[in-house]
Design a protein around this ligand. Structure first.
Ligand code: TXA
Ligand code: MG
Length: 550
């Protein structure tokens, strides 16, 4: 079939196109039209044959009823013979606009429009083009969203073309839909009224007009598709891109860090604008700022569709705040995910240790690039030697005049003292470890507060300092002595003899193999080492999480 394209951006200037679209609908044709929520596939609701073709074009299950669109409240009597009283109250407040009411089905409406139900869903769109086309057609207009069944609803004419070109008679382009998500569906044959699908009109707004309403379970939970449901549309996986989605629940910073920790380059990420920069190496689409549900509603379907233009294998999505219009955003995203979600776990602490030159810092760089925050024991010790008055006093009391006039520690002098005297070295460690571990504790508590997913304590003397007690797991990096020596001679410009001395003063492989929970050897290529560290890290974050459902 050849699809005709028309555009209407100004209802008066483009009146001819409005009339063409209206006449086509009245004559039994299928026309995609813009509405303020999403694009709809419009057909004459009184023409069973046209209605049948809409089901076919969408590939829609026959048991999923359609919404009938009218141009004003007075037309409701064409569709419903026994109009519930609160319909008028709701219409006065929300029509024209994105609220659909489920009312008893009038005799004129064919049963196939409503998939055999004795109720019918009705809405009066506020979009000027939709309204003008419905008026021009002079019939009630059945219009489901203009997507292939199961795919995200279209919010632009090009989305409609992607799904419907060649399958329907006409597409009317009227620009992007304002709301971006389908209408709120409220069953007013139930008492109290029941929210079947959240949308641009929020539960609070409805309650301010009609008092208490109930929210159907299917809005927030996966339901058993074999059981009868109040709104058949709710039981299908919906709005879904081809790759499976996992929603990550939790505060936004934490969920972003969690996704960064577990995703691979072949994955896609759906995040809030604020976190887009975190995901430079994965295909990432943002869907508005965290605090702006209306913007998220506007962007969501387009964002979901954009994953289909890539070959991402999995999609991780930051969970939106589900209040106000956010309930609709959350509902669509959860349906797209088939309600698959995980909760970002409590912060984990990885201890990282090994001899000099083993590749510990490489390992810490890899974990940092995956979102971990690194607490480097050597760096903290060096900072403390000048910033902590208490530590300085303790060091001076034990080792004498070891501070320069500038206030900095005279490292050479201290080194001389401790390397020739084992008890001096052990005293230095006792003092230093106490202060460094206190800093670890304070920083870990700040990082937890901030919502970090993982901290790495990078410490050559992790066990000796007792910092291993702060860790959930300890990773030891070991490498052949000859390789370690080469590395430190190059890095620290040491002679062979000094490098040998340094390594000899440190524990042997056996020590690390016994004390650490996991060992990674760094003897082959650097990229293999990186891959092994990354895979340990991701695995650890994934499997040690407190997950809701994996
Ligand atoms: O914003 C919208 O409502 C868009 C635009 C085009 O108006 N239309 C739309 O239609 O989203 P559709 O067919 O994609 O979704 C209709 C929803 C489905 O979940 C369906 O199950 C429900 O409304 N529905 C229709 N008639 C119903 C009825 N009699 N009782 C309960 N739910 C009904
Ligand atoms: Mg739909």
């Amino acid at each position: 079939m050849k699809t005709t394209y028309l555009s209407v951006f100004d209802v008066e200037k483009d009146a001819e196109n409005i009339n063409k679209a209206g006449a086509a609908i009245a004559g039994g044709k299928i026309v995609a039209i813009p509405t303020e929520t999403v694009y709809g596939l419009a057909a004459n609701a009184l023409d069973e044959n046209a209605v049948k073709r809409v089901f076919e074009a969408k590939g829609r299950p026959q048991d999923n009823p359609m919404i009938v669109h009218i141009a004003s409240f007075s037309d409701l009597s064409l569709i419903c013979d026994d109009i519930p009283k609160i319909a008028k109250k709701l219409a006065d407040r929300f029509w024209p606009g994105p609220l659909t009411m489920v009312v008893p089905r009038g005799k004129r409406i064919p049963s196939s429009v409503c998939a055999g139900l004795d109720t019918v869903a009705v809405r009066c769109p506020s979009h000027k083009v939709a309204s003008a086309i419905i008026r021009a057609s002079k019939v009630p207009v059945a219009a489901p969203s203009a997507n292939t069944s199961g795919r995200p609803s279209p919010t632009t004419a090009s989305h409609v073309i992607a799904d419907m070109d060649g399958k329907i008679d006409m597409i009317v382009d009227g620009g992007a839909s304002d709301v971006g998500l389908e209408s709120t569906v409220l069953d007013i044959t139930a008492s109290p009224p029941r929210l079947l699908r959240p949308g641009g009109v929020t539960p609070d707004e409805i309650q301010s007009v009609v008092g208490e309403i109930t929210i159907d379970k299917a809005v927030t939970e996966k339901i058993d598709p074999r059981k009868p449901v109040r709104s058949p549309g709710m039981k299908y996986r919906h709005y879904a891109p081809r790759a499976p989605i996992t929603i990550v629940d939790g505060a936004p910073y934490k969920t972003a860090k969690y996704i960064l920790s577990v995703c691979d380059r072949s994955d896609g990420v759906l995040c809030f604008d604020e976190f887009k920069d975190m995901f430079r190496y994965t295909f990432c689409v943002s869907y508005g700022p965290y605090g702006d549900s209306a913007k998220q509603a506007f962007c969501l379907f387009d964002a979901l569709r954009s994953f289909d233009e890539t070959d991402v294998k999995r999609i991780f999505a930051q969970a939106p705040d589900a209040s106000g219009v956010g309930l609709a955003v959350s509902n669509r995203l959860r349906k797209a995910a088939g309600f698959s979600s995980v909760t970002a776990p409590r912060m984990r602490v990885i201890g990282l240790t090994g001899r000099s030159g083993s590749g510990k810092s490489e390992a810490s760089d890899v974990m940092e690039s995956l979102g971990a925050v690194i607490l480097d024991a050597d760096r903290i010790y060096n900072e403390l030697t000048s910033s902590s008055v208490e530590m300085r006093n303790e060091l001076s009391a034990r080792f004498g005049d070891i501070y320069l006039d500038s206030g900095n520690l005279d490292r050479a002098k201290l080194a001389k003292i401790v390397f020739s005297d084992a008890s001096a070295l052990s005293d230095l460690n006792l003092i230093a470890h106490k202060y460094v571990v206190d800093v670890f504790k304070a920083r870990l508590s700040d990082l937890r507060e901030k919502g970090e997913v993982c901290a790495v304590i990078d410490a050559p003397l992790l066990f000796e300092s007792g910092a291993d007690a702060l860790c959930d797991i300890v990773l030891g990096v070991i490498s052949k002595r000859s390789l370690s020596m080469e590395r430190i001679m190059l890095r620290d410009k040491l002679s062979e003899e000094n490098a040998d001395m340094r390594i000899s003063s440190q524990p042997d492989d056996e020590f690390y193999r016994n004390a650490c929970d996991i060992i990674i050897e760094n003897n082959a290529s650097i990229s293999k080492f990186h891959d092994e560290v990354a895979s340990f890290y991701k695995n650890f974050i994934l499997t040690r999480g407190d997950f809701a459902n994996v």
